[in-house]
Design a protein around this ligand. Structure first.
Ligand code: ADP
Length: 431
């Protein structure tokens, strides 16, 4: 059986098609327009937009499948919440992952949810749901789902399942394995909006036969419960052991590793996702590529990198943050960026920035270790910054570990891999 992964990411939608041996034979991408927001805290999108792109990408993939069935899994942006009617139709635009209007729900959540829950942020799906309930009402709404759950639901023709990873920010208790009492009590009769939750990688059943026909897909295609976009990125890396760290160097710096036990440190933004029988722990820093982009365009980054000797330290002691405030590896909303003194030589300045981000990465893995994660022995990197060999060498020196670039960092490949594991074409994690 082939496998299809669909990644509903922050800037676009991707599809990856893997052959029965797991080799990638087709990939496609469509950009998404920016979210619509009434003010800077609101971010909404019409789900019909995603669906139109997903249909188009699946029709293209069908041409490469020549009638063969595929296992299909979808990942989506975490905490992007949809309200649906009894037939699974969106009743309103989706509240996107970065919609942060629900600030007035933080005190409500603080009063009912345990401190280590993943809901204590205005952009959590729990905060969004409570905000909608209070300010707009939920009349006509029969179900809430996340972005990946809904696209999966459209393909199945049923909207009764949510994957465990997406469910975390709606308050799901992954350790205990259920919707917690505090959430059910807070929602009262609206608790009926919550679907049944299943682990990522669970086989959900066949593709809806009519949908299969309209997409020219084999009706024996099987739908597999998906995950969040960042977990799909982790799965794309192929890492499956406890001692390899996975660093994503995009606009922000995100580190993840598998661990035998979950870690919860909500003050540092650290939660644990259950994934294929293991725990995936991680933290996100505000440091990362966005700071570089404030200073240099990508062409300048490449040109200046060529003039850097990665083996010697610049001696500069920068803390590259794009603005005041940090959450992980230190939680300090007042923490100021440190980007001075700036040398005349731009290459040396850039080297200082690279080293500063690498020290944040180092401290991040140290922090996970202090909190109980296994000691990382090597690092695999993803994202725009991972493509820079000079930076990779600097990171290796500062981390004191071998650092390599992931062969595949397309979250759509990660979702396809989850689909393969779900239907038993591939084993889960080793180690
Ligand atoms: P995201 O999806 O989070 O926006 P990407 O994975 O596309 O991020 O990575 C974009 C980031 O990569 C940018 O912030 C940019 O600063 C950084 N980047 C791009 N090219 C280079 C380079 N040659 N060296 C270092 N960083 C780079």
């Amino acid at each position: 059986m082939h496998a299809i992964g669909i990644d509903l990411g922050t800037s676009g939608i991707r599809l990856a098609l893997l052959d029965p041996e797991g080799a990638r034979i087709h990939g496609a991408h469509r950009a998404l327009p920016a979210s619509v927001g009434g003010d800077e805290q609101r971010a909404e999108q019409n789900p019909a937009l995603w669906w139109a792109i997903v249909r188009e990408l699946l029709r293209e993939a069908a041409a490469h499948l020549h009638g063969e069935p595929a296992a299909i899994a979808v990942d989506g942006t975490s905490a992007t919440l949809l309200r649906l009617d009894a037939d699974g139709r969106p009743t309103h635009p989706a509240l996107m992952y970065n919609d942060a209007r629900a600030t007035d729900m933080l005190s409500v959540l603080a009063g009912v949810a345990p401190a280590d829950s993943a809901v204590h942020s205005p952009s959590s799906s729990a905060a969004k749901l409570l905000w909608l309930r209070r300010h707009e009402g939920l009349s006509g709404v029969r179900r809430v789902l996340h972005q990946a759950d809904w696209v999966t639901g459209r393909l199945r023709g049923r909207f009764d399942r949510m994957d465990e990873n997406n469910a975390l920010k709606l308050g799901y208790d992954a350790l205990w394995g259920g919707w917690p009492n505090w959430l059910q009590e807070t929602l009262g009769s609206d608790a009926s909006l919550l679907p049944e939750v299943v682990p990522a990688g669970t086989v959900l059943g066949p593709l809806d036969p009519e949908m299969a026909e309209s997409l020219h897909l084999n009706p024996a295609c099987r739908m597999v419960a998906g995950t969040t976009d960042s977990i799909a990125g982790f799965l794309a890396s192929g890492v499956g052991d406890d001692t390899t760290g996975v660093t994503s160097l995009g606009s922000t710096l995100v580190i993840k590793q598998l661990a035998p036990e979950p870690i919860y440190a909500p003050e540092l933004g650290i939660y644990s996702h259950r994934l294929l029988g293991r725990w995936l722990v991680g933290g996100a820093s505000n440091s990362g590529g966005a700071v570089l982009r404030q200073q240099f365009d990508d062409a300048a980054l490449e040109r200046l990198s060529a003039a850097i000797d990665p083996e010697t330290d610049s001696g500069l002691d920068y803390l590259p943050l794009p603005r005041r405030g940090e959450r992980f590896p230190v939680n300090d909303p007042e923490l100021q960026p440190r980007l001075t003194p700036r040398p005349e030589d731009d290459a040396r300045f850039l080297q200082g920035l690279f080293e500063g981000v690498a020290r944040v990465e180092h401290d991040g893995y140290e922090r996970l270790f202090e909190l109980g994660a296994p000691r990382v022995e090597r690092v695999v990197s993803l994202g725009g910054g991972a493509q820079n060999p000079v930076w990779t060498r600097i990171r290796s020196r500062i981390l004191g570990l071998p650092v390599t670039t992931a062969e595949d960092d397309d979250a759509a490949s990660g979702a396809a891999r989850l689909a393969r594991i779900g239907v038993g074409l591939e084993t889960g994690f080793t180690g």
